[in-house]
Design a protein around this ligand. Structure first.
Ligand SMILES: Cc1ncc(COP(=O)(O)O)c(C=O)c1O
Length: 287
C-alpha cells in the first residue's frame, strides 16, 4: 500500500499579513481596524507602493521609444501582461489594460455596438452592478439595440438561469452576466450561461470583479468570451483589464488612435527609423 504523503499547507499569520499594510496600523475607538473593502479597492501593501514609487522615480516614460526608460516601461507592461495571462491561463495579447472597469466596458460596448443594428438584442441581469448594466443600456439610444433583463431569484440571490433560454433568440448578440454579486456575494453558474449564449450564437461578457480574487479562472476552458477583472481588488491601484480581447480587437472598431499600439505591434522599418531619429533628437536635447 502506498503511504499517503502529508499535505504541506503553508499559512501566513494574520499578524504577518498586517505588517504589509500600513493602513491597518490605524487605531479607531481604541481598536486596530479591519477593512472589508473590495469593490472600491483593497488596501495597498508596502510592496505595491514601493514598486509604484520605483517606477515613477526611475522609469517613468512614454511607451514604444528607443531610449532606456521607454523600453523599461515597455518591459514592465509586457511583464504585467504576462503575469495576468498566467493568472487566467490566457495569452499575454489577450490582456487589455484600462482605467477602470466601467470605462473599459463602455469602450467595449461602443466598439461592439458599431457592429450591432437596430433590433439586435442584449441580455443583462437584474443582479448585476450598474457597470455591467448601464454600459450596455447605452446602446439602446446609440444603436437602437433591445435590452432584455434576466431576473434574479429573490430566495437564492442567484440568477434565474432557467429563464435565459426564453430570452435568447437569433437576434441576441451578447449576454452580460456577473460571476459573483457585489451586493449579495452569491455566485452564478457562469459556464452554463456562457454555454447557452454560445449555442444561441451570442457573445458572453462576464463581470468577474468579485469572483476572481476568490476563484481561479481558466479562460481556455471557459465558454465565455470576455472576462473583466479589476486589479484594485488585488491590492493594486487604478487598473482593470479584460481578457478575450485579442480576436475581438482584430475585427471590431475600438476607439483608438492610428497607428493602433494596444498590443505593441512590431514597428515597420520606416516607423522604427522615424522613432530612432526622433529619440536621437531627444537625447541631443537632453544632454
Ligand atoms: C461587481 C462590480 N462590477 C463593476 C464595478 C465597477 O468597477 P470600476 O469602479 O472599476 O468601474 C464594481 C465596483 O464596485 C463592482 O463591484
Amino acid at each position: 500500500m502506498n503511504a499517503v504523503k502529508p499535505q504541506m499547507r503553508q499559512t501566513v499569520s494574520l499578524g504577518e499579513i498586517r505588517t504589509h499594510f500600513p493602513a491597518l496600523n490605524r487605531i479607531h475607538a481604541c481598536c486596530k481596524v479591519a477593512y472589508f473593502d473590495s469593490p472600491g479597492g483593497t488596501q495597498v501593501p508596502r510592496a505595491v507602493a514601493r514598486a509604484m514609487n520605483d517606477y515613477l522615480y526611475h522609469h517613468n516614460a512614454n511607451t514604444h521609444w528607443a531610449y532606456p526608460t521607454s523600453s523599461e516601461t515597455d518591459a514592465i507592461i509586457a511583464d504585467a501582461r504576462q503575469t495576468l495571462a498566467d493568472f487566467l491561463n490566457a495569452a499575454p495579447d489577450e490582456i487589455a489594460f484600462g482605467q477602470n472597469m466601467t470605462s473599459l466596458t463602455f469602450h467595449l460596448a461602443r466598439a461592439l455596438g458599431r457592429t450591432f443594428k437596430a433590433g439586435d438584442e442584449i441580455i443583462i441581469t437584474e443582479l448585476d452592478h450598474h457597470a455591467n448594466v448601464d454600459t450596455w443600456r447605452a446602446l439602446e439610444t446609440e444603436r437602437g439595440v433591445v435590452i432584455r433583463v434576466l431576473p434574479m431569484n429573490t430566495e437564492s440571490g442567484q440568477l434565474e438561469l432557467e429563464q435565459l433560454s426564453n430570452l435568447l433568440n437569433d437576434k441576441t448578440k451578447l449576454v452580460a452576466v456577473g460571476a459573483a454579486s457585489n451586493a449579495l456575494g452569491t455566485i452564478n453558474d457562469i459556464e452554463r450561461a456562457a454555454q447557452m449564449a454560445r449555442e444561441a450564437g451570442a457573445l458572453s461578457f462576464v463581470d468577474a470583479l468579485h469572483y476572481a480574487p476568490h476563484n481561479l479562472i481558466d479562460v481556455k476552458k471557459s465558454a465565455a468570451i470576455f472576462w473583466r477583472v479589476l486589479l484594485t481588488n488585488f491590492t493594486v491601484r487604478t487598473s482593470a483589464f479584460f481578457t478575450g480581447a485579442r480576436n475581438f480587437s482584430k475585427q471590431s472598431n475600438f476607439l483608438n488612435l492610428n497607428p493602433r499600439r494596444t498590443f505593441r505591434p512590431k514597428e515597420s522599418k520606416p516607423e522604427r527609423k522615424a522613432m530612432n531619429q526622433s529619440s536621437a533628437r531627444q537625447r541631443r536635447l537632453i544632454f
